[in-house]
Design a binder for this molecule. Structure first.
Ligand code: NPW
Ligand code: ADP
Ligand code: K
Length: 525
């Protein structure tokens, strides 16, 4: 598991470590680790020239000491001091160390064009403008220097890419775009969250001796080595019922294939038994494609409700299926709610529930539930007719603003949290980075899948895997995050760098789980 800690936790751990160590020891360890990474990249790329961008705080101090090490190792090194106050504005001891090692020192203030020329010559750029003390965004003087970096240079962000929000909550376009980030002690939330992950690049954590083992993380990421400890493995005393029966209400006459994808992936994930509830066409397909599934209602331990469900259909078969979907949602059993099923969610969920929207579905659900919570139902939230109806006028004034998919994409975590607050459910928000948010738990953030997974039906496969894990007794938080991780890893294997189809991902779940479990057995304990 990769654990990222909040800035406050890191500062507290830093203070505790500093109380035990000589002055400057933590910065010295950070700088040495940073210099080692930079030297390795220079060797990899046959680079010779290093330029450090130096801001006003300790992030600049780390960078000055690291550049001093690199100069002592024989690389051609320069630093550009970003603050308007020049030398006065930067870490004095770090600057002295750099000058003593023969580093060329340039001040950007009053000589912006010359400083930009120095930056443009670098093979490796160390971004020490700002770290965990920074506010989102780059100031214009810093932004001009960052713009001057050569496209072929290797950019190493020191602790985090300057301009990003360290907490990873606020998105920021105006930030350094790093090839790599070298962080200290522990990852920070920005490194794992959608708002900062892309600009972070490859992440290396340098151990500087701060202890966060007992500090609750803000964000977590499951890795391959977590699968063996979490995946439900049957014992000799198990039977198909004790392993967990999953009921699936999915597919419709309009979208019959979703039923096949969801049941296939649940079977591939190794569920004890599957019950399927649907209309005639998907029932026929499930009979053929997943002979393991038993068609019809019955006792189950968990439900998947919604992939390919057509909530607008009004024939008697569809009504029967929709009744089964509503009954599953009203039961006290754990449930995964996806796609069409999301339209049936009314508000607070008092039973273990995983909602699996993509950005558009989350926007629609939030709009509807926030309106309902404020007492403006669909009828009143429709555009009021022209005319003097006082009630209509009041409801349109009070109506919460509509949430759009673009709103969600601009702040994925914030909107996922809003849905958690409204429903009490675990919310899995799909995307290149999939977020799993549960009240009282660290956010889980998984980025295992290639963009090829953005294909119709891939979400149906995901809900089948999560359903199988819920039926086996995992918590919604673990089922959703482990499901997302295995789904993403499978997609990566199936893609192999090329196109994939959702059914192939479903068929890849079984060998992926097998290999990840074998990896756990062979890992040293
Ligand atoms: N914690 C640890 O365990 C260890 C921490 N270590 C290191 O310390 C770093 C934290 O150092 P820090 O606290 O001095 O803050 P830091 O990030 O350098 O920035 C503050 C300065 O930046 C400025 N500034 C702010 N926003 C800005 C912007 N958008 N654009 C431009 N400038 C901006 C702000 O100036 P002001 O606005 O106040 O004038 C202020 O002076 C941490 O990331 C790590 O590298 C290691 O040495 C080892 C152990
Ligand atoms: N850019 C991306 N990179 C990696 N995975 C992605 C990307 N975009 C979407 N995904 C994943 O693809 C799947 C798409 O699911 P969804 O949108 O529900 O499709 P459908 O409803 O057609 O089944 C989700 O697991 C999502 O996390
Ligand atoms: K930085």
């Amino acid at each position: 598991m990769i654990r990222a800690h909040s800035v406050e936790s890191v500062r507290a751990a830093e203070a505790a470590a500093m109380a035990q160590l000589p002055e400057g020891e933590l910065m010295s360890r950070a700088a040495l680790g940073l210099a080692e990474v930079a030297a390795a990249r220079l060797a990899d790329t046959d680079g010779t020239t290093v330029v450090g961008l130096i801001g006003a705080g300790d992030n600049g101090g780390d960078t000055l000491y690291a550049v001093a090490h690199l100069a002592e190792s024989g690389f051609a090194c320069a630093v550009v001091l970003v603050p308007a106050s020049g030398r006065e504005g930067v870490h004095a001891a770090g600057l002295a160390a750099a000058e003593a090692a023969g580093v060329m020192v340039h001040e950007a203030a009053g000589a912006a064009a010359a400083a930009a020329e120095v930056v443009a010559e670098a093979d490796v750029v160390l971004d020490g403008i700002v770290g965990i003390g920074g506010r989102p965004g780059l100031r214009p003087d810093a932004a001009r220097l960052v713009d001057a970096v050569d496209d072929d240079a290797w950019v190493i962000a020191v602790d985090l890419a300057s301009g990003l929000d360290p907490a990873g909550e606020e998105g920021e376009d105006d930030a350094v775009w790093a090839n790599e980030t070298v962080t200290f002690g522990t990852p920070k939330p920005v490194h794992l969250l959608p708002a900062g992950e892309a600009a972070t690049g490859r992440l290396t954590v340098v151990d500087i001796g701060i202890d966060v083992d007992d500090v609750p993380p803000a964000v977590e990421r499951l890795t391959w080595d977590d699968v063996a400890g979490l995946w439900p493995v049957p014992g000799s005393g198990d039977d198909k019922y004790s392993r967990g029966v999953l009921g699936v209400v999915a597919g419709s006459e309009a979208y019959p294939g979703a039923a096949v994808l969801t049941t296939t992936s649940a079977a591939e994930a190794g569920v004890g038994m599957l019950r399927y509830v649907g209309t005639p066409t998907p029932v026929g397909l499930v009979h053929q494609a997943v002979p393991e599934a038993v068609v019809g209602d019955g006792r189950v331990q968990a439900w998947v409700v919604g992939p390919g469900l057509d909530t607008d259909a009004d024939d008697s078969d569809a009504r029967t299926q929709l009744d089964a979907a509503r009954a599953a949602l009203a039961s006290d059993l754990p449930v995964v709610v996806d796609a069409g099923g999301l339209a049936l969610v009314e508000g607070r969920r008092d039973v273990p529930t995983v909602l699996t929207p993509h950005a558009g579905e989350l926007a629609r659900l939030l709009t509807r539930l926030e309106a309902a919570a404020q007492g403006t139902d669909d009828a009143t939230s429709a555009a009021p007719e022209p005319g003097p109806s006082t009630d209509d006028a009041r409801s349109s004034v009070n109506r919460p603003a509509e949430v759009t998919a673009d709103d969600v994409k601009a702040d994925r975590l914030g909107h996922a949290r809003r849905l958690v607050a409204l429903t009490g459910a675990t919310v899995l928000l799909k995307g290149a980075t999939t977020l799993v948010v549960t009240d009282g738990e660290p956010v889980r953030s998984q980025a295992d899948a290639p963009p090829w997974l953005a294909t119709a039906g891939a979400g149906d496969v995901l809900s089948g895997v999560i359903g199988a894990l819920l039926a086996a007794g995992l918590t919604p938080h673990d089922a959703a995050s482990l499901g997302a991780m295995v789904h993403g890893v499978t997609a990566d294997r199936v893609s192999g760098g090329g196109p994939l189809r959702a059914l192939a991902v479903a068929h890849g779940i079984r060998p992926t789980v097998r290999d990840l479990l074998a990896r756990g057995r062979s890992a040293p304990s």
